[in-house]
Structure formats: C-alpha cells, structure tokens
Design a protein around this ligand. Structure first.
Ligand code: ADP
Ligand code: ASP
Ligand code: MG
Length: 404
C-alpha cells in the first residue's frame, strides 16, 4: 500500500476549524487507498508564545527545559488532530517523537536526527489508523526530549517519508508553493512549478523560511519528492525534485533575504598556517553554526577573518571569540550585531554569465551598499544593512524580471 506523508504547518492547524479541515484531507487520502502519516506543527503562533513566556520568567533559560516547554505545543495539536479524525468516524493515533523512536543527538534546541524506528508507525498503519506524529521533536539516547530547531517539522516529515519509503511528502502551508521570493516582500512574486533540491537547499538556508533546509537534505539523499502546497486550496503547489535539463534554462530561480544575522570581524589575526583551523575548531566545539567565512590578508603579515552567525548564536559566539582574541593575540574584534544577506539562487548560473553584474547594478541603483560578497556555483550573496533588506530584494527581483 502506498504511504503518504502529509505535514501541516502552524497556520494550517491554527484553530479548530483548520484542524478539522486538515483531518478531512487526511481522511480523503486514506479513503483513496493510502496509508496516511500526518506530521503536525504547534497551533498558530504557539511556539512563539512559549518562547516569550520563557523569557518572562528567566534570562538564562536551560536549553533542556526549553525543549520540555516547546514540545508541548506539538503535543496539543497532535492530540486534537486525532480527536478530530475520531469525531469524523475514522481511526487515528497521535504519537510524540519519543513514542515513534525518533532518536537525535543531545544538542538541545538544534538536535539532529540520528535514526527513526519505523516499527511503531508501521504497526499503527497496518492496523488501519491514520498516524499523527508531533513535528520538530525527538529524544536523545538517554531519553531526554529534544527539538530540531525552528521550522523543523518539515524535517520530521521528510525524514519519516524517507524511512517509510514514501515517494512523496506533502507540505501543507499558508502559501500556494515556493515563490520566486517571499510574497510578503514582493507581492508580484511568481509561484515556481518545479525546483531542484540544490536550489531549494540554498534558498532555504539563505532565508526562504518556507522550508526547513535539513528537510531538503533528507529529500535529496533519499530521493523523496516534496510537494509544497496550500492547505486552503486544492491547486498544485511546487515540486522539489531531482534536477532536470530544462531547469538549467532559468538563470535565476529565486531571491532570498536572511535577517537576524551577526557578523564577527577578527582583525589582525597572525597570518600563519593553522590559525583558521584553531578559530573554527573553537567555534565548532561550542556547536555554533557558522554561515559565510571570508579571510583576507594584508602586507604586514596579518589576516582579517570574518564570519556570520545566526542571532540565536550571538551570545555564545561572543564568549568564544573573546577567548580566541586572548589566546591567539588577535588585534581587534568587531561584532556587527545586525546584518542581512540578500542572495540570488539558480542552477542556470553554472552556464550563464552576467548574473553578478545584474545583481550588483540593481543594488547600486537602489542605493544599497554591499559590505561583503560570497558566491558558489549556483548562488551569489551580498551582506547588507538590514534596513535595506526589503528594497534590495525588490530591486534584485525586478532586475531579473522574476515576476514575468
Ligand atoms: P508553516 O507554518 O506552514 O511551516 P512557514 O511560516 O514556516 O509556514 O512558511 C510559510 C511562509 O514562508 C509564507 O507565509 C511566506 O511568507 C514565507 N516565505 C519566505 N520565502 C518564501 C518563498 N520563496 N516562497 C514562499 N513562501 C515564502
Ligand atoms: N512549532 C515549531 C516552530 O514553530 C516547529 C515547526 O512549526 O516547524 O518552529
Ligand atoms: Mg515552516
């Protein structure tokens, strides 16, 4: 029997009526002869509310307790979903990450999935139930509850689709698919019919919050097609799939904006072999996820090394950098607490020229100053002032005529 994995995000289960609507979709798929697994997020803005409640009671929140708190959001929505399905006359069971044996490492609030035991899900599916799994959570080897990072219910869904050998994972959300940029920034943005894993992986890690980037990694690795679509309509959404020849004809597929980033600049680092290794081994030991790294050197035998991190890593990273400054006799450390990154992504860049020129000209015309540039084969990113983020995206999106 075909297994279908359907993931419903926060807005898609924000109230009782939406939970019932999602329940009806799952029941319909079951009636069409599929075995259905639903992955459900916390209702509406529940996770945000829990985070702000925690900051009201403490300035120094133990990450273990944060995970205890945050996982309650999904436990509410899965149990309500199961009740809605029962009320409609069908069998269903809700299960937490721990109950399905979703095992992660022990890094609270940004744990990574290590394995998923499919037995419990299979057993429930085989007994005819719709299985409802809590998104974004698991347990570590010692049984401690963990979460996988904001937005990671997508990752739970695609990982479960992979272990169950499902060909497709449906992601139901509040937009009709993946757009050429965030439609909240550019209302004329166009829905993309099909996008490759690599492009979507870059778009997600460069700020397109519509999908969690690790979900795309799972999709690519285990060849699960991901269908991102609206929970409010029946229209086709966007398919995230293997690359196809015709995708290369499109030069730029999407534009993204990543905010809430900080940039550390380490000036006057001794320009010796092994220094970069020392810096980034300390950063890695603290489990800090580093974004772009740029290193340059000057005539006086010194190097300047800069890197960006997410705001959530800022406090921890400041401590690590201060230790490094003393240990490695770094002349000066500058931390820019607020930077943003605008990027263009497209596999067509491999075979087309002039993308950088078009992007930089658009930013210049919009009077957006570029503080740093990084590139890969399929993307160009510019670090800019966050106050210019919106107009930068609008200018670049228009320059590549992505609305057409
Ligand atoms: P969910 O709660 O369903 O997981 P998210 O809020 O995580 O939903 O993701 C959907 C939102 O992502 C949309 O409302 C949209 O504003 C935003 N978004 C950002 N970039 C894009 C993009 N390129 N295409 C579509 N949506 C995007
Ligand atoms: N509820 C979690 C969050 O808001 C996980 C998710 O929705 O994907 O980040
Ligand atoms: Mg999401």
């Amino acid at each position: 029997m075909e297994v279908l994995v359907m993931k419903f995000g926060g807005t898609s289960v924000a109230d009782a009526e939406r939970i019932q609507r999602a329940a009806r979709r799952a029941i319909k798929a079951k009636q069409e002869g599929k075995q259905v697994v639903m992955i459900v997020s916390a209702m509406g803005k529940t996770t945000d509310h829990l985070l702000s409640l925690a900051s009201e009671v403490s300035d120094n929140r133990p990450r273990r307790e944060m995970d205890m708190l945050l996982t309650t959001g999904e436990q509410v929505s899965i149990s309500l979903m199961a009740m809605a399905i029962h009320a409609a006359g069908h069998e269903a069971i809700s299960l937490t990450g721990g109950q399905i044996g979703l095992i992660t490492d022990a890094v609270h609030m940004k744990a990574r999935i290590q394995k998923i035991n499919e037995d419990r899900i299979r057993q429930e599916l085989d007994s005819g139930k719709i299985v409802i799994v809590a998104g974004f959570q698991g347990i570590d080897e010692s049984g401690e509850i963990t979460t996988l990072g904001r937005g990671a219910s997508d990752t739970t869904a695609v990982a479960i689709a992979a272990v169950l050998g499902a060909k497709c994972c449906e992601i139901y959300t509040d937009v009709e698919g993946i757009y050429t940029t965030d439609p909240r920034i550019v209302p004329e943005a166009k829905k993309i019919e099909q996008i490759s894993y690599d492009e979507m992986l870059d778009m997600a890690s460069l700020g397109a919050g519509v999908m969690h980037s690790r979900a795309i990694e799972f999709g690519k690795k285990y060849n699960v097609d991901i269908h991102v679509r609206s929970s409010f309509t029946d229209t086709q959404g966007t398919w995230i799939t293997q690359e196809s020849k015709q995708m290369e004809n499109i030069v730029v597929t999407g534009v993204t904006l990543k905010k809430e980033m900080a940039q550390f600049v380490l000036e006057g680092v001794p320009n010796q072999s092994g220094i970069a290794a020392k810096i980034f081994s300390e950063v890695a030991k603290a489990k800090i996820i580093v974004d772009d790294i740029i290193q340059t050197f000057d005539d006086a035998g010194h190097a300047n090394c800069s890197f960006t991190v997410d705001h959530s890593e800022l406090a921890e990273c400041k401590l690590v950098v201060e230790i490094l400054r003393k240990k490695l006799s770094i002349r000066k450390v500058v931390c820019q607490e607020n930077v943003a990154k605008v990027s263009v992504v497209g596999i067509g860049m491999r075979s087309h020229t002039g993308v950088a020129h078009t992007m930089f000209t658009a930013l210049a015309k919009a009077e957006v100053n570029i503080n740093a540039i990084t590139t890969s084969e399929i993307k160009i990113s510019c670090i800019i002032d966050p106050d210019h983020g919106q107009k930068a995206v609008q200018a670049v999106h228009a320059a590549f005529e992505l609305e057409k």
